[in-house]
Ligand binder design. Structure first.
Ligand SMILES: [Zn+2]
Length: 408
């Protein structure tokens, strides 16, 4: 794979930074990032660091060495060749060992003043904001900007239709999510891209790499960037690593992210000191969370929390167990959750408590507070009943079971 022809283009109020790619597997393609002219000062126009990190996983899947016709960070190139490639081979059995070469390397520091993180209004995101914007006393580590990327989290990008749909969702989410940064007087810098076209495996598999790729493209501005963890403790990363291998790069973050740092930009894997439950409890002490928390992964077009998807349920069960459900009635439809999702979700957590760290933590919290949950065998029976009789089991019967189990 050859990466070359780094160039910028003005495009209707935006600045677009792009490279050409020649690949045996993909043919000739273009990879680009674009932000509004207002934030063009952040774009790194002299090195290929961000493009390289964005393309390393696809090149390894295709078994193609990478040559950069241009300049790359000396530190990044060293760490990729010696450590990141073997690490990604451990993560993904289909990843091949490749070699990366470049026409030129340098160790230039861009001296940017930005301390950034992403902002999604979710639990992980708010935890990083609370700790390193609100509570952070060290000015060198205090967040002063948010970055909002279109590299896969807004939907897949394998076809033009998917790229357009993801782009529409990106702009609509950016507009919706800007309210909170505006309240703080901080920017939510939008960075559009077609990087997700090169990651047809889905966002979850490589989100750490695609996010870091975007942050590196903005390294003229950022000197530190917090990447919020996926909600597992350090010990849980070791204990449950098999669940995440070849599924979610979050398992690699504490090792991988520092290795993707350059002379200019330091990546900080943040949040692994808490599990998801502890994070949820922690952020309930931050008032804006009660107005902006958005955790939903439901498929509806609206941004609102659906109150029945897995992440809505996890959050609502936690808030219920700590007695704070009533404070979130305007962000979630509590009646809908209680009626349509709670019984099944609670039973699933009991049934999965030995193999799922999130379930284990929720069941542990209930036990610690002496809150009665269905027993392990009863949970399995109820899940069976719900799954196989959902269409015909009268809602009244489900409601009756809930009453019997005192889940209301
Ligand atoms: Zn939801």
């Amino acid at each position: 794979m050859k990466i070359f022809n780094l160039k910028t283009l003005k495009d209707n109020g935006n600045i677009r930074l792009s490279v050409s790619i020649d690949s045996e597997e993909l043919g000739s393609k273009e990879l680009w990032f674009s932000t509004s002219e207002k934030y063009a000062y952040g774009l790194c126009k002299t090195r290929l660091d961000g493009f390289l990190v964005g393309l390393i996983f696809p090149a390894m899947q295709y078994g193609e060495n990478i040559h950069l016709e241009g300049c790359v960070s000396n530190k990044l190139l060293f760490n990729l060749n010696h450590y990141v490639i073997p690490l990604l081979m451990t993560f993904s059995p289909s990843a091949k060992r490749i070699k990366i070469t470049a026409d030129e390397t340098n160790s230039e520091r861009f001296e940017g003043s930005g301390v950034g993180t992403g902002f999604s209004a979710g639990v992980d995101s708010f935890c990083t904001v609370f700790d390193h914007y609100v509570l952070e006393k060290n000015p060198d580590y205090k967040i002063n900007s948010f970055l909002f990327l279109n590299v896969g989290s807004n939907g897949p990008g394998c076809t033009e239709k998917e790229l357009t749909a993801a782009r529409n969702k990106f702009y609509s989410r950016h507009s919706y999510l800007s309210e909170f940064p505006n309240e703080l007087g901080l920017d939510l810098i939008p960075l559009d891209s077609n990087l997700h076209f090169f990651h047809p495996w889905g966002h979850q598999l490589t989100h750490s790499l695609t996010t870091i790729s975007g942050a590196l493209v903005m390294q003229n501005f950022y000197n530190k960037y917090y990447y919020a963890s996926a909600g597992l403790l350090y010990l849980e990363l070791f204990k449950f690593y098999e669940i995440y291998l070849n599924r979610d790069t979050a398992i690699l973050d504490p090792i991988l992210l520092p290795l993707l740092s350059t002379e200019s930009l330091e990546f900080i894997p943040d949040g692994t000191q808490y599990n998801r439950l502890e994070k949820t409890i922690h952020i309930t002490n931050y008032e804006p969370v009660r107005r902006y928390l958005n955790v939903c992964v439901g498929s509806q077009e609206s941004h609102e929390n659906c109150s029945v998807c897995s992440k809505c349920c996890r959050t609502l069960m936690t808030l219920d167990l700590i007695g704070k459900l009533d404070e979130y009635t305007h962000l979630f439809d509590i009646k809908k959750y209680k009626k349509k999702a709670e019984l099944e979700y609670v039973c699933q957590q009991v049934a999965r408590q030995h193999e799922d760290p999130f379930a284990q933590a929720l069941v542990g919290l209930a036990k610690g507070k002496s809150i009665k949950l269905p027993s392990y065998p009863v949970s399995h029976v109820l899940i069976f009943l719900i799954n196989f009789a959902r269409a015909s089991l009268p809602l009244a019967l489900l409601s009756r079971i809930k009453t019997m189990l005192k889940l209301n």
